[in-house]
Write a protein that binds this ligand. Structure first.
Ligand SMILES: [Zn+2]
Ligand SMILES: [Zn+2]
Length: 135
């Protein structure tokens, strides 16, 4: 099991890293906006491989290709931690930056390279997609 938490520590989570679906770097404009950076690195797990303690809030928005996305964040410190996509039921994406240990993690995919910023270019060592990878 692995752990992670938000900046203030009010929201903690544990997950079974052996249940990882995949990890990806997302350079879409929404991920840039919520992270305040050039990309989000998110790792997908089945919901039942993850337990969350503490109250987080979600903000729902429409993805660029019509998906329904809710991003979970700590209402106290604002840390972005989770993403849920209605079109991918039973799955949760966890942002890798909040995880305590990521030595087990390999990120092999990059999406939305079409909106990657010059100052944080897409990782060409990963499988790159101009938009969503069509999951
Ligand atoms: Zn917090
Ligand atoms: Zn994104």
């Amino acid at each position: 099991m692995q752990k992670g938490h938000c900046l203030c520590g009010d929201v903690q989570y544990e997950f079974d890293e052996t249940q990882v679906g995949f990890g990806l770097h997302c350079h879409c404009k929404d991920c840039q906006r919520v992270t305040g950076s050039g990309k989000a690195t998110v790792i997908m797990f089945p919901l039942d491989a993850v337990s969350i303690s503490g109250e987080y809030k979600t903000f729902a928005s429409l993805g660029f290709e019509g998906s329904h996305v809710s991003r979970g964040f700590c209402p106290t410190c604002g840390s972005q931690m989770f993403t849920f996509v209605d079109e991918l039921p039973g799955q949760i994406f966890i942002k890798a930056g909040g995880m305590e240990d990521t030595s087990w993690l390999a990120v092999e995919t990059t999406c939305w390279t079409s909106t990657a910023r010059d100052w944080l270019p897409a990782d060409s060592g990963t499988a790159c997609f101009e938009m969503n990878p069509g999951l």
